[in-house]
Every structure is written in structure tokens, then in C-alpha cells.
Design a protein. Structure first.
Length: 537
């Protein structure tokens, strides 16, 4: 398939879950069993089309539809596979978990049987809107897709309809709607400037805007960047725009928490990087600001996580910190920095989804969320215990799990450009992450058992299976990071915006660019250099 080939795949991977989202409320009222079946069909269909499309893209194609309005390159392919994978696992997890709640597994948060139809409908719509955002090439439609995911996920956050859930849902919708409005201002500014140069509808296409962003006035770049960072950064949980995140992640149903933290934050930062990075490398100050904001975010997030006793709130604040690492990689701006940022994005999606699902298994079996009230679960819940520790060690950057590989790449990228202040702070924060997560894991699974959990049993097989898949992925990528090198390399090339032709950029990428390989630098001829996009020696 040639580059720029028109394909139905970008449409199908969005349409399938969206169509299912429309059918579930209709059929689910009459045949209650149909909602779970339809949800599985939607999730499996989205994942299948995502993998199919990603295979085409890795073969060298760029898939387009509707005259380039939908655009799927290697970066989009990486995100859609990630979203659809976590979406599928969250859907499978929901089958037993949400049934348990509907039957009154938690008195305070019990949901009626009929409300489950609404849950699965909004869940499918949430997945569809995130996939739409990942393949949207129209800068205004990108904003619309991200905002649509806010509405769908906001109703999921308030699903339990108790006081805490309603407060969290209201706070989530209000803060994100106001915050993301700033990104609309930024998108309009970029479009206006691009249309004056390109003319017509071409000024709406991100792929076209990348080619002429260097001609934008400096004031337009500064103002548009600020709006985009505040807008999409709010959705991504970047500090100081993160106050909605702890409440929403804590009060949402656990499968939704896994989606929010595992992939929704990634879609938002994808939108941020996809738009702001068009100003690289002509406006290096944009990347410098992103680096500083990323470091501030990772420090603040872990310090707040350190003070939490609610396991889901602790994980939510940890997500703020980890998004700081991702933004740090993009702010470094070198090829290795971009690669490391994308690598950590993938690793965090897997590990944090795993941690939320493991926390949900604990809540399912005990009905308790407070870390101080839990203990001694390792013998009673061995699978959940292993999975929680796997996720914790991954996020803490402990080998042989995947988080170690991406964090090592991030620290190396920062050191190569001489940003030692960022490296030192990131390393120190990583030690706090170890303290936060392993202290929680030790307390929950190895602490003194309380009388109220004396009859606790392991979570059902469906919950354990989804956790096991993520745990195996975290370990497999950590042991063999070269397995994800090819898609990450292709996504890095797609993200770069330099004047060199694409094939020259590919030649500069390393044969072993991942930690665990033989080198981190890029080769240019017989010389080894860091090939900075935004920094000079």
C-alpha cells in the first residue's frame, strides 16, 4: 500500500464502537444480556481494526480518509492500538466487576441493572471518541473529538450517582470543559495563520500545517502554544491544571479509572504534542517550557501521592507525576527524547491500567479503599498481589520491568543535552515513586491483616486474567524492549518536524535505540552524535 493511500480502516475503527454505543441503550432495555455481548463486539472490533491498520502503517503506509480529514501515521497507530487494547481489557474486566456492583457489592455505590446499559453505551462511546481523536487530522475536529471524550467519560465518572461520584463528575466536566476551551482558541489561531499561507481547507490539516509552521509570526506561536498547553494540558493532567484528576479517577468505576489514567491522559498529551510540536525546531523556547513544565509536574504529582491513604487517589496523583515524565521527553526535543517520551507513554499506559485494575480487585473482594485499613492480602489474593507489585515496580523504574527502560532512556536523553537539573529532579522523584508505591503495596498485601477481611478470597478469574495480560506485557517489554522498538521508532520519525526528508530521518535513527541495546546515540556517517532537533552543542 502506497504512502497516503485512502483506506476505510481509520473510519471502521471509530465507527464500530460508536455504532455499538448507539445500539446498547436500544437493545439493552429489552434484552439485558445484549449489552455485554454488544460491548464485547465493539471492543474486539475496535482492537482488530486498530491492529490491522497499525500493520499497514508499519508496512510504510499512511492511511487517510475523507480527503485527509482522517490521517493515520505511525504515531496515530501507536495510540489507537494502545487505546483499543486497554479498552478491550477494561470491557472484559467490567463484565464481572460492574455486575458485582449492580448486585449491591458496595451498598453505597450500588447501581441498578438497567443503568448498566447506560454504562456500556457510554463506555463504547468513550473508546470511540478517543480513537477519533487519534486519527483526526483536522485541527478543529481534533478539539471536538477530545471534548466529546470529556462528555462521555464525565458521565461514566458520575455513574454511581452518589454524592461523591456526582461531585467528582461535576468537577470533572466543569474544569475540563473550561480548560479545553483554551485549546480551541489555540487551534483557531493556528488555523487562521495556516489558512493565510496555505489557503482554503488545507489550513485545517495538521499534516499540512507542519510544513509551514516556521513561517508563523512569533507572537502567534507564543499565544497559540500557551493556549494549547493549557487546554490539552488540563485534559492530560499536567500540573498545575490537574485538580479534577484525583476526584475523577477515585470515584469512577475501576474499569473507567483504568481507561482515564491508562489512555485518556495519553490521548490528551497526544493532541498536545501533535499540535504544539509543529513549531519545532524553529521555536525552541516552546520545548524548553514543556521541559520545565514536565519536571514541575512529575515532582508535584509524587509529593501529593505521598500524602494519600485512599489507594485510588494515590494512583491518580501518581498518574500526574508520570505524565510529567512523558512531557519531559517531548520537552527535551531530541530524537532520543521523543523516543523516550513515547516509550514511557506506552509503559505508563500498561502499568497504571494494571495498578488500577489490581486496586479494583482489592475493592471487589474487600469493599475497602483505605490503605491503612488493608493488610495481609498476599496469601488470600496471590494473583492480585503479584500484579500490583508488577505495576508498582514498573512505575518505580525497577528492572526487569518496562518502566526501567523508558526512565533510563529519559534520563540519558536529558544528560546528553546537558539538562542535569531535570535529570537530578527526575531521578529524585523516581525514588519517591518507589517509596509511594512499594509502601502502599507492602501495607495492602504484607501488612497486618484486619479482622474485617478475614474471609477475603481472590478476585474472579475474569478480573485476574485481564490483570495478568498487563503484568506479562510489563515484564516482557522490560526483558525484551527491542520488541517495541520498531513501532516506537516509526512513531518518533512521524513526530519529528525537521527539514530533512523522511527517509533521511529514518537513516539517522539507531539500530538499537532502546535501553538494553548497545547505544543511545544516532549515527550520522562515521560519527556518533545526539542529532538534537532543538538543541546545539
Amino acid at each position: 500500500m502506497a504512502e497516503g493511500t485512502t483506506s476505510a480502516l481509520p473510519v471502521l475503527l471509530v465507527i464500530v464502537p460508536a455504532a455499538v454505543a448507539c445500539l446498547i441503550p436500544i437493545l439493552g432495555r429489552t434484552w439485558l444480556w445484549s449489552r455485554e455481548v454488544l460491548a464485547l463486539i465493539g471492543a474486539v472490533g475496535a482492537f482488530a481494526f486498530s491492529v490491522w491498520a497499525a500493520g499497514e502503517v508499519l508496512g510504510g503506509a499512511v492511511l487517510t480518509a475523507f480527503g485527509g480529514q482522517l490521517y493515520m501515521d505511525a504515531l496515530s497507530a501507536l495510540l489507537v492500538v494502545l487505546v483499543s487494547l486497554v479498552g478491550l481489557l477494561a470491557t472484559i474486566y467490567s463484565l464481572r466487576y460492574m455486575k458485582h456492583h449492580a448486585e449491591g457489592g458496595e451498598t453505597e455505590a450500588a447501581a441498578t441493572e438497567r443503568r448498566l446499559s447506560a454504562y456500556y453505551g457510554w463506555l463504547m462511546l468513550f473508546i470511540a471518541t478517543m480513537l477519533w481523536a487519534c486519527v483526526s487530522n483536522n485541527i478543529i475536529m481534533l478539539y471536538v473529538a477530545v471534548e466529546a471524550s470529556t462528555i462521555a467519560s464525565g458521565l461514566l465518572v458520575a455513574h454511581y450517582w452518589n454524592r461523591r461520584a456526582l461531585e467528582a463528575g461535576y468537577k470533572y466536566l466543569m474544569l475540563l470543559t473550561v480548560g479545553i476551551t483554551f485549546s480551541l482558541f489555540g487551534c483557531v489561531l493556528v488555523y487562521t495563520s495556516g489558512a493565510n499561507i496555505l489557503g482554503g481547507g488545507r489550513g485545517l490539516l495538521v499534516s499540512e500545517l507542519r510544513t509551514i509552521a516556521g513561517q508563523f509570526p512569533t507572537t502567534t506561536v507564543a499565544l497559540a502554544s500557551a493556549f494549547l498547553i493549557v487546554g490539552f494540558g488540563t485534559k492530560a493532567g499536567i500540573a498545575p491544571f490537574h485538580p479534577w484528576l484525583p476526584d475523577a479517577h477515585a470515584e469512577a468505576p475501576t474499569p473507567v479509572s483504568a481507561l482515564l489514567s491508562g489512555v485518556m491522559l495519553k490521548v490528551a498529551i497526544y493532541a498536545l504534542v501533535r499540535t504544539v510540536s509543529i513549531f519545532y525546531p524553529e521555536h525552541a523556547s516552546v520545548a524548553t517550557f514543556a521541559l520545565a513544565l514536565g519536571v514541575f509536574t512529575l515532582v508535584l504529582g509524587d509529593l501529593m501521592a505521598l500524602a494519600q491513604d485512599d489507594v485510588k487517589r494515590m494512583l491518580a496523583y501518581s498518574s500526574v507525576s508520570q505524565m510529567g515524565y512523558v512531557l519531559m521527553g517531548f520537552g527535551i526535543g531530541t530524537q532520543l527524547g521523543l523516543y523516550a517520551g513515547l516509550f514511557h507513554l506506552v509503559n505508563h499506559a500498561l502499568a497504571k491500567s494494571l495498578l488500577f485494575l489490581a486496586a479494583g480487585a482489592v475493592i471487589y473482594s474487600t469493599g475497602v479503599r483505605s490503605i491503612s485499613q488493608l493488610g495481609g492480602l498476599a496469601k488470600r489474593m496471590p494473583v492480585t498481589s503479584f500484579c500490583f507489585f508488577a505495576g508498582a515496580l514498573s512505575l518505580a523504574g525497577v528492572p526487569p520491568f518496562n518502566g526501567f527502560q523508558s526512565k533510563l532512556a529519559l534520563l540519558t536523553a536529558g544528560a546528553l543535552i546537558g539538562s542535569w537539573w531535570a535529570v537530578v529532579l527526575a531521578l529524585a522523584t523516581s525514588l519517591i515513586t518507589v517509596l509511594v508505591l512499594l509502601r502502599a503495596a507492602k501495607s495492602i498485601f504484607w501488612g497486618e491483616a484486619s479482622a474485617q477481611i478475614s474471609e477475603v478470597r481472590e478476585a474472579p478469574a475474569g478480573l485476574c486474567a485481564t490483570m495478568a495480560v498487563l503484568a506479562v506485557l510489563c515484564l516482557a517489554i522490560g526483558v525484551y524492549p527491542q520488541g517495541v522498538y520498531r513501532p516506537l521508532k516509526a512513531a518518533t520519525v512521524a513526530l519529528e518536524t525537521v527539514s530533512a526528508p523522511r527517509h533521511q530521518l529514518a537513516d539517522r535513527l539507531p539500530s538499537q535505540a532502546v535501553p538494553g541495546g548497545r547505544q543511545f546515540a544516532w549515527k550520522a556517517g562515521d560519527k556518533v552524535c545526539t542529532n538534537r532537533l532543538l538543541h546545539t552543542r
